[in-house]
Design a protein around this ligand. Structure first.
Ligand SMILES: [Zn+2]
Length: 200
């Protein structure tokens, strides 16, 4: 009895801490971390929510463009991007760009316009230098290489009795997408983009 009386307040304190912690934390991304993932990649995943090829392509585009014009990012930069980013996963590109340039929708220094082909322009507002980037064929092939496998009858059955969205089918797809994303994260930038410097 005495033991239960001591335990009760303790349990209450634990429950209280858990609630308070959850309220003060950032959301948990849908992601399987790998010890070799660089810190910048982890930061981007925290912002975007998962490790997807299109987000990482945007991330690398922003890094490449910012370096090419010599901007620090956030407040000395303007980014315009044209491309087919009407829906996910293509639109994930915009999140990657925001993380790596610091140009964001909220600060109004990132603008997007619909087009068939991807062109990113990164401008250093102090010098007026603009880097124009186009993805290479290699990058486009990687971005479009993931083909979701059609669901089998077995998968449909699993879905019927199990509504957990992390079923085996989704896990396999996530793992494949993360592998492509990590490949894009690690490739040399000259294999990913053709860069032209304007206005110098
Ligand atoms: Zn995404």
């Amino acid at each position: 009895m005495l033991r239960s009386l001591i335990m009760l307040p303790c349990m209450g304190m634990i429950a209280c801490c858990v609630v308070r912690q959850a309220a003060g934390q950032l959301p948990k991304p849908h992601y399987r971390p790998d010890a070799s993932d660089p810190k910048w990649l982890v930061s981007a995943v925290q912002f975007h929510g998962h490790l997807g090829p299109w987000a990482v392509a945007g991330l690398r585009a922003g890094m490449t463009g910012r370096k090419a014009v010599g901007a620090e990012g956030y407040f000395d930069i303007e980014v315009t991007v044209e491309g087919p980013m009407v829906k996910t996963p293509e639109s994930c590109f915009l999140d990657g760009l925001q993380v790596s340039t610091g140009a964001t929708l909220g600060k109004r220094n990132l603008k997007w316009g619909k087009a068939d082909e991807i062109v990113v322009r990164v401008k250093d507002t102090h010098t007026g230098t603009v880097a124009k980037l186009r993805p290479t064929q290699v990058l486009m092939q990687l971005l479009t290489s993931f083909k979701p496998r059609p669901k089998t009858a077995e998968d449909e059955d699993e879905d019927a009795d199990d509504h957990d969205e992390h079923d085996e089918h989704d896990d396999r797809a996530d793992r494949e997408l993360e592998a492509i994303a990590r490949k894009i994260a690690a490739m040399p930038e000259k294999e990913l983009f053709r860069v032209t410097l304007l206005g110098k």
